[in-house]
Unconditional design. Structure first.
Ligand code: PEP
Length: 260
């Protein structure tokens, strides 16, 4: 069963750089990081998510390597009067492979809604971008036993406009908000339980997609805790913030991913 899982679902280790690293630092990071990467068949998929202005540098530096590049947000429309926004076709033109959608910092600080996200998910998948959809509860919601209800609302609404056959192309990151950038991590049991809940929610849409969709854990993943957090059967990788800013630490997290 375990082996089947690894063959079907290649782990994903993604670096969310947030508002760090302009083009020069992006190139420097990748010069240090890429040579140590072993891109053989048993390796996880590695994704770098730099700020918009560094995407072009990242795409150029990653050319010929197995590393993929994703943006950290995008608009749901293809073009229009949306000052300061970036569209899916623009990202595709740059050679970007994916996009993080619904990160809790965007939900909490920039008014991102599940309704908007439902539209963004369709736009991303239709453009050929792999969305990394972030979901997760606040500390208060966990304390009041609302985690499952929050995940249910987010996952079902955010995926609502995708056709069933598009679901397997989605990556979902379970990121408890209380563990992001705080140094606190979910316990292995909490990560496992939430990832299983997310998979069951996808199963209510489509059983085959539920087996194929990759579900990541995010929240203070570090070289020291990566192996145990990546071990549960339903956890298919990690979305890494702070520790992904160091090429050495990020490489150590990539090395901790289970091999297929
Ligand atoms: C994130 O921002 O997605 C994240 C998981 O951050 P950190 O690893 O720093 O908690």
């Amino acid at each position: 069963m375990e082996d089947d899982r690894l063959v079907i679902r290649v782990p994903v280790i993604a670096a969310n750089w947030k508002m760090h690293k302009g083009p020069t630092e992006t190139r420097q990071f990748l010069e240090g990081f890429l040579p140590g990467l072993h891109g053989d068949g048993g390796s996880p998929e590695v994704v770098i998510c730099p700020p918009f202005v560094s995407l072009e540098a990242a795409v150029a530096a990653c050319e010929g390597s197995p590393v993929e590049v994703a943006a950290q947000n995008m608009h749901f429309e293809e073009q229009g009067a949306y000052t300061g926004e970036v569209s899916a076709p623009m990202l595709v033109e740059l050679g970007v492979d994916g996009v993080v959608l619904g990160h809790s910092e965007r939900r909490q600080d920039f008014g991102e809604t599940d309704e908007n996200l439902a539209r963004k998910m369709v736009t991303a998948v239709s453009a050929g971008l792999t969305p990394i959809l972030c979901v997760g509860e606040t500390e208060e919601e966990r304390r009041s036993d609302e985690t499952e209800a929050v995940l249910s609302r987010q996952v079902l609404t955010d995926l609502a406009e995708l056709h069933d056959e598009q679901l397997e192309r989605v990556v979902i990151a379970y990121e408890p908000i209380w563990a992001i950038g705080t140094g606190l991590t979910a316990s292995v049991e909490q990560a496992e339980e939430a990832a299983a809940t997310v998979r069951e929610l996808v199963r209510t849409r489509d059983a085959e997609a539920a087996e194929k969709v990759r579900i990541l854990y995010g929240g203070s993943v570090k070289p020291e805790n990566a192996a145990e957090l990546l071990a549960p059967a339903d956890v298919d990788g990690a979305l890494v913030g702070g520790a992904s800013l160091s090429p050495e630490d990020f490489a150590a997290i990539v090395a901790a991913a289970p091999t297929s």
